[in-house]
Write a protein that binds this ligand. Structure first.
Ligand code: HEC
Length: 126
């Protein structure tokens, strides 16, 4: 009886091996990916802690002029008895006014508007 030699790639065990190898490769990729994601997270946290957000005053002015002059004009910021006495107070007030407008600004947008108002009107150092 002649034995038919089958091509080794066609063998069931070989294919199983391939599947296992593939699974291993995917597994490794996932683990590498997870590690990478973790690493990126660590780096981002590090950056966020060490580099304070550099506010964009120009963007702050645009946001302010488009959204914030419905109820009061800028004389509100310079009126003799104006209420805001600190940078933190200014941030709180901007947050309050932004909330009442339901604008859903990002933290950065608030910072930009605070920076714009502070640079232009309040000039607090801290
Ligand atoms: C819904 C009306 C309204 C809108 C819109 C509004 N504000 Fe105000 N804002 C007020 C009122 C009212 C006061 C005065 C509060 C007080 O004197 O107790 C005020 C006060 C302020 C003050 C404090 C002024 C001071 O030094 O006494 C700042 C700063 C301010 N607003 C910023 C903003 C910014 C930034 C926006 C846009 C995100 C904005 N406002 C939009 C109503 C508004």
């Amino acid at each position: 009886m002649t034995r038919i030699r089958r091509h080794p790639y066609a063998s069931h065990t070989y294919q199983l091996k391939l599947v296992k190898l593939n699974a291993l490769a995917i597994d490794m990729d996932l683990r590498t990916a997870k590690r990478l994601v973790g690493l990126v997270g660590v780096i981002m946290t590090f950056c966020m802690q060490t580099t304070p957000y550099a506010a964009d005053v120009r963007h702050g002015q645009d946001l302010h002029d488009q959204n914030c002059l419905h109820c009061h004009d800028t004389s509100q910021y310079t009126r003799p008895n104006h209420r805001i006495k600190t940078l933190e107070g200014l941030r709180k007030q901007v947050e309050r006014c932004e909330l009442s407008l339901e604008l859903q600004w990002f933290e950065e947008d608030i910072e930009d508007v605070v920076a714009y108002l502070n640079a232009t009107y309040y000039q607090f150092n801290n």
